[in-house]
Each structure stands twice: as C-alpha cells, then as structure tokens.
Design a protein around this ligand. Structure first.
Ligand code: FRU
Length: 912
C-alpha cells in the first residue's frame, strides 16, 4: 500500500513537471536597451519603434532601462545587463566620456554593444547607429546660406556639452558658415537640449543685439523655445528659426514648420527599429559595418506636407501593426490560458487514469488478500473449533476425573464413619477404659480423625473451585470460639511441653464468622504450627482490636518458618515450602485463605523467626450479604460432625433401654454398605425393629412393612435415595413414613434435592450416632404429635388445613367414605381398603401410624360421632340410631358410646 502511494506521488510530480516544462519559455535572445531618458517625444518615439520591432520577433526578449538623464544610473543599468548576461546591449549614452568605460567592460565580458544616437569616446564598441550629426550641422548651414536675404547674423543654440551630437552639429555648422564671410555666428547659447535652458540667455542676447537673421537650434524643442523668446521681444517674424529632429508629433518639427514657427528642421531619425535589427544581426554574428549612418533630410515649407503624409502613413501602419500585435497578444494570452487549461486537464486525466488503474489494482489485490484472509480465517476457525473440542474433551475428562475423586472421597467417608463410631464405642467400653489398650484406641481415633479431615479438605477444595461455598456467618464470641478450638490441641501442647497461649484483651469481643469454616481455618493453622514447632517451643494466638474497625487474629509459632522468597506462594494450592520435609497436601493454607476471603477478610504470613499468620476480619456484619448470615442457634446445630462431637455425647450409645418387641417402632434401613448396615443394626436393634434393604427392593419392602421410619442412603445401585424417597412420599400407602437421608454428599444442592424429594431429615456422613438416634426419636415424636392432632381433630381435618399434605387428603378421603357408608351395617374394613386402593393390612398400618388407633376403632369412632349428631337432632330414638349405624344391639352401642364420650347416650340426650 505504501509503495503504491509512492508511485502515485511520483506520477503526480511527473505530471506537474510535464505541465511546468511546457510552460517554460524556450531560450530567447535577451536584448538590453539602456535609454538615456524618456522625457521628450524623440526618445518616446525611439522606444516605441524598438518595442514594435521586438514584438514582431517572438524570439527576442527586450528589456529597456531608463537612466532618467542620470549618468550613474545609466552605468548601473548597463552593469546589470552585464551581470544578467544579456546577449546584446544597446546604449544611447547621456554623455560620451563617462559611459566609455562601462561599454568597454561589457565588450570585455563578451557582450556586444551597439551605441545609438550619441557616441562614446574611442572605438571600443561593437557598432554605432545614428544620423551623421556633422552632416546635420552642415545641412543647416547650407540651408541658411541658400535662403538668406538679410544680415547673415546667426545665433547658434547648442545641445548639452559632453554629448556627441551637440559637438558634431556645431562642428559641421561652423565649418560651412566660416567658409563664407557674409555669414557669422554672432552668438552661441549653450543649451542642454531642453527649451528652458534657452530662454534667459537668448533674451539677453537679443535685447543687446536684435539684428539677427537666423537662429540655429540643435533640436526643435530648443528652436521653439527660441521662437517664443523672440516673440516676447516682437522679433519672431524678423528672425528665422532652424531646428533638428523633424518629429511628426504635436509641437514636433513638422508641425512647427507647417505653422511657420520654424523655417526648417533637419530630420534626425531615432533609428529604433533599425537598432533592434542591427542588434540581432550582431547576435547572429552577421557581418555588419562598424558605423551605420541613418539618412537625413531638410524639411521646410516645400516638403513638410509630403513628409508629414508619408510619416502619417508610416505611423498608421505602425498603429495597425501595434493593434495587430495587441490582438496577437490577446490571442496568445487566450492560447496560453487554453493551453494551460488543456495541460491542467491532461494532468487531471493522468491523475484520474493513475487512480483508476490504482483502484483496479487495489480492488484486485484487496479481493486477493480478502480471499487469503478468508482462508486464514477459516483455518483459524477450524483450529479454534478443534481446540474447543479438545478443550471440551479435556474438560469432560477432567470433570470425570474430579467427579471420580470426589465420589471416591465421599465413599471414604462411610468406612471412616464406621471406624470412628466403633472406635468411639471402644473408648467408652468399660472393659478397655482402664487398660493400656485405651491409648492405642485413642491413636486410632486420632488418625481416623486426621484422615477424615484430609478427605474433607479434598472435598472443600473441589467445592471452593466450583464456588459452591456460601458463608453461614453468625455472631460469635471470638475468645470462646478460639479457646474451644484450642482445646483440641492442648493435649499435644502439654505432651510436647509447648507453651500454648491465647491473649485477648476483650473476652466479649464478637465477630460474624462461619464457625464451621473458621474452625477449619483455625485447625489448619494450628496443625501447621504444631507440625513445625519443636518440643518446648511456643505457639501464641493473639486477638487484637484495631482502630479501623478490624480485628487481627495472629497465630505465631517458634517453628522453622518459611524462606522469605517463598512467602508470597504459601497460599497457592499444592505449595510446599522448600524447608518442609513433612507430609503435606498443600491445600490446607489455600483453603484457609479462600475461607477467610469468603469473610471479606485477609490472611498474610510473616516469617522471621518462626511463622506468623495474621487473619484480619471486619467487625460487624455490614460487609456480609443477608444470605451469608444465619442466627446463632442454627449455627450451633450446624455441625453434627463426628469430629467435633465430644465423646460424652455418645454415652447414650450404650444405654440399654429394655423395650418389648411389640412396643418397638419399626425401622427400615436402605443401605448397600453391609458394614454400615451391620453397624446400624447393632446400634439400633435395642430400641427399634430394624429391617434392611440394599436398595434393590427398597420401595417394595417399604410398602410391605410400612415401617415407622426409614433411613436411606443416596448412592444405591438401582435407584438413588432421592428417587426412592420421592416414590415413597408420592404413594398414599407410604407417604406418612418419615425418611432420614444418610449420605456423604454434604453440599447445598444435594441437601436441597433431598428436601425437594420430600425427605424429613438430611444427615451427612460421617454422622454422629447420637444425632442419628436423636433425629429418629425426634421425627417419631413429631409423628406422635401429629397423630394426637389427627385423633383429636378427626372431623376437623379439612382440605385447606395446615396439614395440606398426602396424609391429610388421605384422612379426608377416608373419612368421607366412612361417613357416606356409616349407616350401612354391612360396610367393612375391606370395603374401605378397596375404595382407598390399598390392602387391608396397609390400611391398618397407615391408619395406625397416622392416628394411632386401628381402623375398626376409627370406623366405630366415626359412627359414634354420627350417633351423637343424630341424638342432637332428636328425630330418632337410641335403638333406632344403634341399628341404623350398624351396631349389633342397642346395649353394645350404649357401652361403646359411654367408652368414647364418658356418658351413656341416654344421659347425653337428656343433657341436651
Ligand atoms: C532628444 C534629443 C534630440 C536630439 C538628440 C541628440 O533627447 O535631445 O532632440 O536631436 O537628443 O542626441
């Protein structure tokens, strides 16, 4: 592109120079004319003649310099011509002597000089052109002699001294006059070629000696002035006047002759046109004479008219020529402007053509480049698609791997739960308590705990990566909280003689923290501190309130510390300090930082002597979203975690309540982990009748047994726990059974999914047996409360009531059927079960589960409620009511009525 522009520019410059080249004049013959002055008509005519001649020759470039009768200026003008290197110089010198040197200089410089009219001294010029002024003087004298009739007294008026015509005219005149004794130049007036120079001296002469026959002036201007002076003295008629020049102009010699002012004038031709012709000859190096003499003639009253006519004709012709010249000039101008226009158009045409060619070229090259780019683009798109596909494959494989490891981690939790539950039982076992075995059991417990923590860290890492953590912060007394966590490490501190301190000035200081997450942060920082602090070392936690509404919690140890250049990396996942040769997963500190960031806090590490981790948290809760906060109570119940459970919670594990089999509630455990099933069976059989299913026949078994409560795992072979729960909760026969989901999946989505499928409780592994037991009895108690409500509100259970669930609609439907058939003595439990679409046994169990009595008793109750209603209406007697409601005898009816309401039907009726 840049190159193309360069070419266009070059083209443009070329076109421009083409135009300007054509405009440039060809080499011309430069002629410089140094004119003495231009004040009189003779000089004007001379200039005009030379100009006309030059204008007829286009090859000539004429430059006229007017010296204004100033000799210095004339010398300068000529020198300028020499510097400008004109081809020929024409000079009409003001005076002879002063101009001689500069003419010689020009000759020396190789520029030829043509001298006109007046001469210079010596012969050092190229040529001379002019009339013979000696001869003019002679002609004037001869004319006087031939025409004189009087005294023969003459006054001569000369031109300026120093100019050759004045000298030569006098010379010629006096030669002839002095030949004849009768004539005498009585007086000479020294003029300067102009009229004014004559008046005063002539007047003085004439006043002294008026007897003058002729006055010969060296030019017509001075002759006229002499005539005017004579006239002032009344002598103009007496004296005859002769002049020189013979111009055919106003007040020129010819007119003065015709007007009889002058007796005669000697023609002195300007030689303007001849001068230019001669100059060109000199330029062309043609052979010419050194002295070129112009013809002259006497003009008097005899030929003035004729000569005037001839001159007029010449003038007319000159005027024609001049006007033609003018017309030619106009045409030349037009031609020049048209020529310029044509050149300009040609120039633009060239530009347009160039641009057109360029644009065609550009279009082609752009389309080529476009195609090329399209090809590249397509390749990029293809590559991009490929990369995306590969990325997707990689992501899928990565997700699959991560899911596998996450699943595996979840799977680890169940056996650990079992191990820890058994170990906890062992710790509490009286037979072991006093023995040396207890230490080993505690060691197993401690390591299981550690393993569990590692698995939890792995799961947390995945959760943080997926940004699935939501803060559940509550107002917490940080001193108490810190102390509680420290309890877990006090044993080790004592054993290794580590000075383990907490400093905090304000023990009531409260902070909004997620206790579950902050517990993990504390645990991690303290585990590290204990790991790297040698025996007899020191670990200090200090809580300091700052002015800026923040609290700093620092964990300082006297361990090996971390090399300075690695400080910035400690919170990166999988980081392991170069001086750390202990086992470390490298995710603990990373998780700690992420958990602190969730609190809008910061965590930093200072390591000079030992390590110091400083957590900075904001006071108050304005930095937290409402969704990130929970109330205190919720938080306390939040961590039903085996790790944090103290062993004394488990004491009820060993409680052996002796309950008879028939009183026991039925429990169905849906779980495919045989160990866990065995464990649960062992731990729960004392209080419950435990049925089990590995998940393959879960729904069928639940329908068959209709247990009082179900404990169900999530990850099962056929259907997962959610599906099983959903099916059971949908089915009328099992919808009333409380379900506890027991799973290793502790994330929010799983919990939500569980709750959506209708489960009543959600416990995550590892679970605390005590909490499981508590949950079972809690749910059964709630069921009991509900049952009490149903029993006591059996007829008030309406579709829109707060129990708007499956059970409520079941009861409503069942009550409707019983009420409709209450007066049919043949209506049986089987008929009711049929109408409700359940088996007799299922009906029996469901009703028993919901309202706590058997179905026949419930039907009887409905009948008795109806009986009470009929008694109120007073339309039927007691026997009629008993039979209408299907009671076998009025007596049986009375007994049943009294059992239910405490009074006999008779008493009831009379009480109304
Ligand atoms: C013009 C003029 C003429 C005269 C000539 C002599 O300037 O004065 O009248 O003939 O010069 O050089």
């Amino acid at each position: 592109m840049y190159n193309s522009l360069k070419y266009i520019l070059l083209l443009f410059l070329a076109s421009l120079s083409f135009v300007s080249c054509n405009q440039k004049q060809g080499d011309k013959i430069k002629v410089g004319f140094s004119q003495a002055m231009t004040t009189d008509d003779w000089r004007k005519q001379m200039n005009s003649a030379i100009k006309i001649e030059a204008s007829l020759r286009p090859e000539v470039e004429l430059k006229i310099s007017d010296a204004n009768n100033n000799i210095t200026k004339q010398i300068e003008d000529i020198e300028k011509f020499i510097t400008d290197k004109v081809d020929v110089i024409i000079v009409s010198p003001i005076q002879s002597k002063p101009l001689t040197a500069v003419v010689e200089k020009s000759i020396k410089a190789g520029i030829p000089v043509l001298v006109v009219d007046r001469k210079i001294e010596g012969e050092n010029y190229t040529a001379y052109l002019g009339a013979d002024n000696i001869e003019i003087g002679r002609i004037a004298a001869r004319y006087i002699i031939s025409h004189s009739k009087g005294s023969g007294k003459i006054i001569e008026i000369t031109g300026a001294s120093g100019s050759s015509p004045a000298y030569e005219r006098s010379l010629g005149f006096e030669q002839i006059i002095n030949e004849n004794k009768r004539y005498k130049v009585e007086n000479t007036v020294h003029g300067d070629w102009e009229g004014e120079s004559v008046k005063a001296p002539l007047k003085a002469i004439l006043l002294q000696n008026p007897d003058v026959e002729y006055i010969f002036a060296h030019n017509d201007r001075m002759a006229l002035s002499a005539w005017e002076t004579a006239r002032t003295l009344g002598l103009e008629k007496k004296i005859k006047f002769i002049g020189v020049d013979g111009l055919n102009t106003l007040n020129g010699g010819i007119e003065l002759v015709k007007a009889e002012v002058l007796d005669g004038t000697i023609l002195y031709p300007t030689g303007g046109n001849e001068a230019l012709k001669l100059a060109l000859k000199i330029y062309n190096k043609e052979a010419i004479a050194k002295n070129n003499i112009l013809n002259t003639i006497v003009i008097d009253k005899n030929n003035a008219e004729i000569i005037e006519n001839q001159m007029d004709k010449v003038d007319q012709q000159q005027a024609v020529i001049e006007s033609q010249q003018g017309a030619i000039k106009v045409q030349e101008k037009e031609y020049a402007s048209q020529n310029n226009l044509v050149r300009l158009l040609s120039f633009f045409l060239v530009i347009i053509l160039s641009l057109t060619i360029y644009s065609i070229y550009s279009t082609i090259s752009i389309s080529r480049k476009k195609k090329q780019l399209e090809r590249i683009n397509q390749t990029v798109i293809d590559q991009n698609n490929e990369i995306q596909e590969m990325a997707q494959i990689a992501e899928r494989s990565n997700t699959a791997k991560l899911n596998f490891f996450t699943g595996l981690s979840h799977e680890f939790k169940t056996p650990i739960t079992l191990i820890m539950s058994y170990v906890e039982s062992l710790i509490e076992n009286e037979k072991i308590k006093g023995t040396t075995l207890i230490d080993e059991v505690k060691l197993i417990h401690k390591n299981s705990n550690r393993l569990l923590r590692l698995i939890n860290q792995l799961l947390d890492f995945r959760k943080i990566e997926e940004q699935k953590f939501t803060l559940r912060a509550s107002n917490t007394k940080i001193y108490d909280f810190t102390n509680e966590v420290m309890t877990n490490f006090k044993g080790e501190a004592a054993r290794r003689n580590i000075d383990f301190q907490l400093t905090c000035k304000n023990k009531n200081l409260e902070l909004f923290i997620d206790r579950g997450l902050m517990d993990k942060v504390y645990f991690n920082l303290l585990s590290n501190a204990f790991k790297f602090t040698p025996d007899n070392g020191k670990i200090t936690i200090s809580i300091v309130e700052n002015q800026d509404n923040t609290v700093k919690i620092s964990f300082k140890d006297s361990g090996i510390g971390i090399p300075e250049n690695e400080l910035a990396n400690v919170f990166n996942p999988f980081f392991r300090a170069s001086n750390n040769n202990k086992n470390s997963s490298g995710i603990g500190l990373h998780l700690s930082k992420e958990f602190v960031l969730l609190h809008q806090g910061t965590i930093e590490l200072k390591s000079k002597q030992g390590s110091e981790f400083v957590i900075t948290l904001l006071k108050g809760n304005s930095h937290l979203q409402p969704s990130e906060m929970i109330n205190k109570a919720e938080n306390i119940n939040k961590t039903p975690n085996l790790i944090s459970d103290t062993l004394d919670i488990e004491t009820d594990l060993n409680e052996t309540n002796v309950i008879s089999e028939s009183e026991k509630h039925t429990l169905l455990v849906i779980e495919d982990n045989i160990d866990l099933v065995t464990f649960l069976k062992a731990k729960l059989s004392g209080e419950y009748v435990v049925h089990t299913s590995d998940g393959s026949d879960a729904v069928e078994k639940a329908m068959e047994i209709v247990p009082d409560i179900i404990i169900c795992d999530i990850n099962l072979v056929d259907k997962d726990g959610y599906e099983i729960s959903k099916e059971l909760k949908k089915d009328l026969r099992s919808s009333h059974i409380p379900i506890i989901i027991l799973t290793a999946q502790s994330d929010k989505e799983s919990t939500l999914k569980g709750l959506q499928s209708g489960v009543d409780q959600y416990l995550t592994k590892p679970f605390s047996l005590s909490i499981l037991k508590q949950s079972i009895s809690g749910l059964l108690f709630n069921r009991e409360k509900l049952r009490y409500y149903y029993t006591n509100n059996i007829y008030r259970v309406e579709p829109e009531s707060k129990f708007g669930n499956q059970e409520q609609s079941f009861i409503t439907k069942m009550n409707d059927i019983i009420t409709t058939n209450v007066e049919d003595p043949k209506f049986s439990v089987e008929d009711l079960a049929d109408k409700l679409g359940v088996s007799r046994v299922q009906l029996y169990r469901k009703v028993k589960a919901i309202i706590g009595i058997n179905i026949s008793d419930h039907i009887n109750n409905v009948k008795l409620e109806k009986a009470a209603e009929l008694l109120k209406s007073n339309n039927m007697n007691i026997s009629e009511i008993a039979y209408s409601l299907g009671f076998s005898s009025p007596n049986y009816f009375s007994t049943a009525f009294k059992n239910k309401f405490g009074i006999s039907p008779k008493e009831y009726k009379s009480s109304l």
